[in-house]
Unconditional design. Sequence first.
Length: 213
Amino acid sequence: MTEVEMWSNEARGERVCQALVKNGFDAVYAKTREEAAELVMKFVKPGMKVGFGGSMTVKSMGIQDKALAAGAMLLDHNRPGITPEERLSTLRSQLTCDVFVSSVNAVTRDGYIVNVDANGNRVGALCFGPSKVVAVAGANKIVADLEDAFTRLEEVAGPMNNKRLGRPNPCTKSGYCMDCDGPMRSCRIYQILKRKPAMTDFTVIIVGESLGY
């Protein structure tokens, strides 16, 4: 990343953090994923139940391994070898965990957080339940407004996550949302957080790198 790109990401990231704070969130800017990981881990203590929202951003930061090393109990519904029954139980447990760590699909310059889910476990936990929510978003997820946020969902996040998960949906061929109606459709639940959920301790970390989809 060039010096100019780093400057741009920081300028945009700091602006978004200010907007998020205005909307009631705790928000902080981190220049690198390593700095962001350190910030996340400040909320993780031994014995805590830590849930994860299936995020490629969080995975790239190695948070699962760091939390495990810190003595936390991981609630990871994507862990290898998990059975369907264990997966469902884990998804439900995430809603009442001590710390829920996830990314988001888009953050607007006005400090609105926009997501799309298939099952609702991630957006549910982001709204209510966990004692602490930590959402991490790379600079690539900063958009101008809600219209651009939904464009990002349809042209970037949705198709790329469907391709990653191997879902046989039209977007994995076209590269953009086809508003499909098949049984494997993953874009089912749309969420806009315009303000911090009233009863949720919510921290957003904006990172000056491109992370996740």
